[in-house]
Ligand binder design. Structure first.
Ligand SMILES: *Cc1c(COP(=O)(O)O)cnc(C)c1O
Ligand code: SF4
Length: 336
């Protein structure tokens, strides 16, 4: 197991210079200038351990494509917005977002271990919205007044960017709420910086009385190497339920073999596929988008190949809807 605290060094040592990324991977130097330009809007950030899983010399590597800033991000495309999922309309204040029955999502921090180029939060004003700013108290006070909330979802950014001490402060407060049954954690750390799952984090998880659901975020089987499987095994050992959500991304995972391999790799790591998201139409990410008809066809092929429990639900986020909207034949989410 990685020594406690080591992950913070690895995080500080993450790559942020497009020149260095391209040279480490022996990529065409022509990729550097557009990367520098696109990184001005949303910085390059990628842990070195994740870069080590990329194929050198391959500009189409499915992990590289998730993190390398490209010129296409700077091209404005109609219909791609800064707040595609309507988060700004559903703010309950204090970092808490309640859009769905029984669940409240807490924006715990703006920081992530990796910057995913397709991210719908790339324009989100975290500075104003992160619950941490109030020392958690406004969010906790609001939850105290919400007896119908049974599940709190820690999101961000990435909640595991917070120190174990901050996490414990928050969960000490949450565990005083009698209505809470579950704590859900949405995090990409087990995939992009598995060293985060160290003794300190496991001790914190082990102390919690709430049932724990951890939703990791992998988009491609190449992301899941031995270090990721080990981190997931440590998490599963705490009794937490492990799920995965992916985004359907052009050139990265938009074929049925790749999606099937991802489901198999997840299950081998004790993780069940939960959601396959249609891209949120965020400005700067149009080049990742997949047409709904093709997405549906891919999903149906996947369902014909795999046991039901390895087929993630294909969904899209519709601003104002009361749940993720399923994409399927004859379902409203199918209409663009
Ligand atoms: C996605 C999301 C949830 C969780 O939805 P599930 O279908 O329960 O996974 C909860 N709140 C918000 C604001 C969300 O965006
Ligand atoms: S880790 Fe999640 S929140 Fe952070 S940039 Fe990637 S997709 Fe966005």
């Amino acid at each position: 197991m990685p020594p406690t605290g080591h992950w913070q060094q690895l995080l500080a040592d993450a790559l942020s210079d497009p020149r260095e990324l391209c040279s480490l991977l022996a990529l065409d130097p022509d990729l550097v200038l557009p990367a520098i330009q696109a990184a001005r809007g949303f910085a390059l950030r990628v842990p070195r351990g994740y870069v080590a899983r990329m194929r050198p010399g391959d500009p189409k590597d499915p992990l590289l494509l998730q993190v390398l800033p490209v010129g296409a991000e700077l091209v404005a495309v109609d219909g791609y917005l800064t707040d595609p999922v309507g988060d700004m309309d559903s703010r309950a204040g204090s970092g808490l977002l309640q859009k769905y029955a029984g669940r409240a999502l807490l924006v715990t921090t703006g920081a992530c271990a990796v910057h995913c180029r397709y991210c719908f939060r790339r324009h989100f004003p975290y500075g104003q919205e992160s619950a941490l700013h109030g020392g958690w108290q406004p969010a906790l006070a609001q939850l105290r007044a919400a007896p119908d909330i049974h599940e709190v979802i820690l999101s961000g950014g990435d909640p595991w960017s917070l120190s174990d001490r901050r996490l414990r402060q928050l969960t000490d407060g949450l565990q005083e709420l009698p209505q809470l049954r579950r704590l859900r954690i949405h995090t990409r750390y087990p995939v992009v910086l598995p060293e985060r799952v160290d003794a300190g984090l496991l001790a914190w998880l082990g102390e919690l009385k709430l049932q724990i659901v951890i939703v990791i975020h992998a988009n491609h089987a190449n992301e899941i190497d031995a270090s990721v499987r080990e981190a997931c095994a440590r998490l599963a050992g705490t009794g937490a339920t492990l799920l995965n959500q992916s985004v359907l991304l052009a050139q990265i995972n938009d074929d049925v073999d790749t999606l099937a391999q991802l489901s198999e790799a997840l299950f081998a790591a004790k993780v069940l596929p939960y959601y396959l998201h249609m891209l949120d139409k965020v400005r700067g990410a149009a080049h990742f988008d997949i047409d709904t008809k093709r997405a549906l066809a891919l999903h149906q092929e996947l369902a014909a190949r795999l046991p039901g429990y390895l087929v993630p639900r294909l969904v899209r986020e519709v601003a104002g809807a009361n749940a993720k909207t399923p994409v399927g034949p004859n379902l409203p989410g199918t209409l663009d």
